[in-house]
Ligand binder design. Structure first.
Ligand code: GLN
Length: 258
């Protein structure tokens, strides 16, 4: 390795960034691509700013999504929800708390005859989502609404998806600095026991679903039993837990109450 690269590796190692060699290789490629100085990008990464924010995008399912500090970074775990959605029949989909739009636009891109609505309480997140819809080419089949869960939503959908904030107040305090400092708190934790968004969805989603419609929500690995109980208590049918690729509980599927 030449000196600037070796210096960069030492800098990231000292900052506690895991696997600094790989990081420096990626940052070096990015510096060339963006016409920037490697040292400047390394200085940002040394503050634990996520690589995706420095690059400006992150890969999810079949696309690169623009990301910044206004949205949750798309995570591979959430592809479990996309896969589950694509195993169901639907023409219309509502994605609550859409953030970057990674769930909604991945689904719409795979099913050219479908249309979708994405909501978010954050106008800044919706700006990122709009940009992603334009980039992926699904903007003419989707609507974005600024809404606190269902507050501004109208109509009925065949499928409702959501990756809501679900980290408990206590666990949020323990998160890695990269997540804590650079990702929106509002997308990660609803406070308290982390389950309130599921209580809202289980109580209200039936009013926005067609009669045989489904809800799919992402959950934390230890929330499978609690979230299934929340849906069953509201009369949802065929409530099931779908594991992710690591075998951890990741998605709850529920069919509209009769
Ligand atoms: N899976 C994310 C994390 O653990 C949390 C995503 C969310 O709260 N929806 O960082």
């Amino acid at each position: 390795m030449s000196d600037p690269l070796a210096t960069a590796v030492v800098r990231l190692h000292e900052a506690g960034i895991p696997d600094p060699h790989t990081e420096v290789r990626r940052l070096d490629a990015l510096a060339r691509e963006q016409g920037k100085e490697l040292a400047d990008l390394v200085a940002r990464r040394a503050t634990h700013e996520p690589f995706s924010h420095i690059a400006g995008h992150r890969a999810f399912w079949n696309h690169e999504f623009f990301v910044n500090a206004d949205v949750l970074d798309p995570r591979p775990d959430t592809e479990t929800l996309v896969e589950a959605a694509l195993s169901l029949p639907f023409d219309t989909v509502l994605d609550l708390g859409t953030g970057s739009g990674c769930i909604l636009f991945s689904i719409l891109a795979e099913r050219p005859s479908t249309t979708g609505t994405g909501t978010d309480i954050s106008a800044d997140a919706l700006t990122v989502a709009q940009r992603n819809a334009d980039h992926i080419g699904v903007a003419d089949r989707m609507t974005l609404i600024k809404s606190d869960w269902f507050a501004e939503v109208e109509g009925h959908f065949d499928l409702i998806t959501s990756n809501p904030p679900y980290i408990t107040e206590a666990a949020y305090a323990e998160l890695h600095p990269t997540v804590h400092r650079f990702e929106p708190r509002i997308a990660l934790t609803p406070g308290g026991d982390g389950l309130n968004p599921y209580r809202v969805i289980a109580a209200q989603a039936a009013d926005y679903l067609t009669s045989e419609g489904y809800v799919l929500v992402e959950i934390g690995f230890d929330q499978g039993d609690s979230v299934q109980a929340i849906f069953r208590a509201q009369g949802w049918r065929d409530v099931a837990c779908i594991p992710d690729l690591n075998g951890k509980d990741r998605v709850i599927r529920a069919k509209a109450p009769q």
